[in-house]
Write a protein that binds this ligand. Structure first.
Ligand SMILES: [Zn+2]
Length: 322
């Protein structure tokens, strides 16, 4: 499986100037696509301050890694740039040192330099699941498992609200610096959300792996339907975040050899996971599930996650019957 590892470059000011000149020269030379190509048009249409986002792909002839020294050498328009220091998380650095293959992208963002390097890791062989962990995605609780583990979105939602308030204030100012600040805020919020999603995905996959089970996720098509009820801004944010969490769970699962199945999540919130009875009145409020037929009561998200787990089990049995 291919993954992308991100490391931060720590160039000296002289090195940064050479990198900058190279990115500019590349744009001029059409290395970012032929004139009129969608990629080129998109990059050129951006105001100059954002053009720095342009990514420059490097292969092994033009970029070499010195893992022990934690430096890279890069070919620039000014010649070979040696000893550009880089840094990253211990885990990312370890992946990089052992599994890096192919191209890396050089990117400048908010005046900081990054390399996005491709690594290729072997997948674990898929193990036959003995049951499924169901995962219900939501807003108050980002993810709830059929085991009853609730990953609460409180921290994430608080950050979002803080950002939203600040954005509203900034949006009334149309100055250049306000726009720049807005852009930076949005990126930092996205990074925070991605980090939360990574942590949740890891804990779910680890638990499934430990107990020899697969993971049942609701088909994300259904999420869009459900979240459409909210205000437009939240829809974009949350559906984007849901897709990301689903993607993180899926790739971590593949890496660990854990089976993943997508299930139709229609009525999982109204259906009783004990007797199967479906009724809107089974949900007296957002957090509670209480079956009007058999009296079974449970946290609403846990009940939904159990339905997802059993649909996963059925779905797996059907698709692996032969
Ligand atoms: Zn029931």
């Amino acid at each position: 499986m291919k993954l992308v590892v991100q490391v931060k470059l720590l160039p000296t000011s002289q090195q940064a100037a050479a990198l900058e000149a190279t990115l500019d020269a590349n744009l001029a030379a059409g290395n970012l696509g032929k004139p009129g190509s969608p990629r080129r048009v998109k990059i050129e249409a951006q105001p100059i301050s954002f053009r720095s986002l342009a990514a420059q792909p490097y292969d092994d002839r033009c970029l070499s890694w010195q893992h022990d020294a934690r430096t890279v050498s890069i070919w620039t328009t000014a010649g070979r740039l040696k000893g550009v220091a880089f840094t990253g998380s211990a885990q990312q650095l370890a992946l990089l040192a052992v599994h890096r293959r192919g191209e890396s992208d050089l990117i400048c963002r908010d005046g900081m330099w990054f390399l996005y390097a491709t690594v290729e890791v072997a997948d674990q062989p898929l193990s036959q699941p003995d049951g499924f962990v169901g995962v219900d995605l939501g807003i108050a609780n980002i993810a709830t498992t059929s085991d009853g583990a609730r990953h609460c979105g409180k921290g994430l939602n608080a950050v979002r609200h803080r950002h939203r308030r600040l954005c509203r204030r900034l949006q009334t100012k149309q100055t250049k610096s306000a726009k720049r600040l807005l852009k930076r805020r949005r990126r930092s919020e996205a990074r925070f959300a991605a980090n939360v999603n990574h942590i949740i995905a890891k804990s779910i996959v680890t638990e499934a792996e430990r107990t020899g089970r697969g993971i049942a996720l609701e088909d994300l098509q259904g999420i869009r339907e459900r979240v459409r009820l909210r205000t437009p801004q939240r829809v974009t944010l949350h559906s984007w975040s849901f897709h990301q969490l689903g993607a993180f769970i899926a790739y971590k699962a593949v890496r660990a050899g854990v089976a993943v199945i997508l299930v139709d999540a229609a009525y999982t919130s109204q259906q009783c996971s004990h007797c199967g009875h479906v009724d809107k009145r089974n949900r007296p409020d957002q957090a509670t599930f209480s079956c009007t037929s058999c009296g079974f009561a449970e946290h609403a998200d846990v009940n939904a996650a159990r339905n997802i787990a059993s649909r996963g089990e059925t779905g797996w049995a059907v698709s692996h019957a032969a």
